[in-house]
Design a protein around this ligand. Structure first.
Ligand code: EPZ
Length: 433
């Protein structure tokens, strides 16, 4: 188990290349189960979640090869039951359910438990698959789903917090091989859903309306292999943009898609961060004082919940009061108590955090609790005076490709240190995803 040792106070300078998007590549990997032909996916980030998903596909019978950032999958004989322990440990794996059901008519997948950021039920996933004719029952911690031939249907996928990203992915993938037309209303519009639809259409699917709340999928008899380049990770790009501003630096984000990051860039501009676009690159710099801004997380194209923690750090460094409201996950403020160790002044009132900013942060020992909270603690360590030690960085390796190498490339004083495992092996936690 590694930890990071960070010496703060160095402005980040230089260029960083943005990797492929974790939240696009995971459902795209699941989609390879829909065909017996080989699929080649490029710009795949080297993340523990990707390795996990690869092991899950292999446990289902697929041949999986990751060569650098290029992944080849051939799922020519698929069995409907995957490795319980593997699947239980990564929530994102729930999106194998739709493809398995569509491809082999049966699927037994472990129920993803809740995670530190929220209860995260999958009722909408199951409602959508049942609308396509699947018989679903939960038994012994497993989802048992069975269907002769799925049938196209009208499905409304809106939930208490709006659309569901992986729920839309699951139902969209299942509908590609169903008889007839499926209409998904209140579909998620995230760029990762659009990227998945692009890959599926390259496999021969007929999907229209990706990126809008209404998706139409006309079922086809068979899908074939395809090649695909994964979109850049807008949350990784947002994380580096905030790190540049928090460290009073100047950084060029190579290959960032500004059109996928409008809500984040808009808030950074409002706060006084300078953002220049040149082609596929974004130059982020901060010269003067920042201004406190309020943030409410919303489904896409609103402000992403996955950038909330990082933005909170910037507001702790900014004189004034900012109110940050989390509308997507009910307990996504795990980073607040750790930021308080670094001297931040944040009070939680229901779904909102009231940040009294402007007080300089000072280094301390802090512990990561989830993927985005750990990214926020790293940014705080870069901006703080003195030394910060961030433990449990396995959380960050789930979603950021070689983040410490990239930060060192920008001049950060960050070290990755190996921590001898404690004598008693700790039970692995269910990872959010
Ligand atoms: C995806 O999770 C992302 N994960 C999450 O990123 C991201 O935070 C989330 O979308 C929202 O943008 C991946 O793509 C692998 P949801 P997902 O279903 O699809 C409720 C990260 O940091 N809901 O859109 O699981 C749910 O509880 C991760 O990279 C139901 O009530 O999220 C939540 O409150 C964390 N019933 C809301 O909807 C359902 O059946 C949105 O969840 C499904 C969801």
């Amino acid at each position: 188990m590694d930890k990071f040792l960070i010496k703060g106070g160095t402005p980040l300078r230089g260029e960083v290349s943005i990797s492929g998007a974790k939240n696009a590549v995971l459902p795209i990997m699941a989609a390879t189960l829909l065909t017996a032909d080989p699929c080649v996916i490029r710009r795949v980030p080297q993340l523990s979640d990707v390795r996990f998903m690869g092991e899950i596909l292999a446990s289902l019978g697929a041949a999986v090869k990751l060569d650098g950032n290029t992944l080849t999958v051939r799922a020519d004989n698929v069995k409907g039951l995957g490795d319980y322990e593997l699947i239980r440990q990564m929530r994102g794996s729930v999106c194998i359910l739709g493809p398995l059901l569509a491809r082999s008519g049966a699927a037994v997948v472990s129920l993803p438990g809740g995670c530190v950021i929220g209860a995260r039920p999958i009722d909408l996933h199951l409602k959508g698959l049942e609308a396509l004719g699947a018989k679903v029952r939960i038994d012994g911690g497993y989802i048992h789903a069975r269907a002769g031939k799925l049938k196209g249907a009208d499905v409304f996928l809106g939930g208490r917090c709006g659309p569901t990203v992986l729920g839309t992915a699951n139902v969209m993938m299942a509908a590609t091989l169903a008889d007839g037309v499926t209409l998904i209303e209140s579909a998620a519009c995230e760029p990762e859903v659009v990227d998945l639809a692009c890959f599926l259409n390259a496999m021969g699917a007929k999907i229209e309306g990706a990126g809008s709340p209404t998706l139409t999928v006309t079922g086809v008899k068979r899908l074939h292999g395809a090649e695909h380049d994964v979109i850049p990770d807008r949350i990784e790009a947002a994380t580096f943009a905030v790190a540049a501003a928090a460290s009073r630096g100047e950084v060029v984000l190579r290959g960032a898609r500004a059109d996928h990051m409008r809500a984040v860039l808009d808030k950074l501009r409002d706060a006084g961060v300078s953002i220049e676009r040149s082609g596929q690159d974004l130059r982020i710099s901060r010269r003067g004082r920042l201004k406190a801004v309020d943030i409410t997380t919303l489904p896409y194209a609103g402000f992403p919940t996955d950038a909330q923690a990082q933005m909170m750090v910037l507001m702790t460094l900014t004189p004034g009061i900012s109110v940050i409201t989390e509308r997507i996950f009910e307990s996504r403020f795990m980073h607040v108590s750790e930021l308080a160790r670094l001297g931040a002044d944040i009070a939680i009132e229901g779904p909102s955090a009231i940040v009294k900013g402007g007080r300089p942060l000072s280094g301390a020992k802090v512990m990561a609790s989830d993927l985005r909270a750990s990214a926020a603690l790293v940014i705080a360590g870069l901006a703080a005076r003195g030394e910060t030690e961030v433990s449990r960085v396995y959380h960050i390796d789930r979603g950021y490709e070689k983040i410490d190498d990239k930060l060192r490339g920008l001049g950060a004083r960050i070290q990755r240190l190996k921590v001898k495992p404690a004598l008693k092996k700790a039970e692995p936690e269910a990872a959010e995803g």
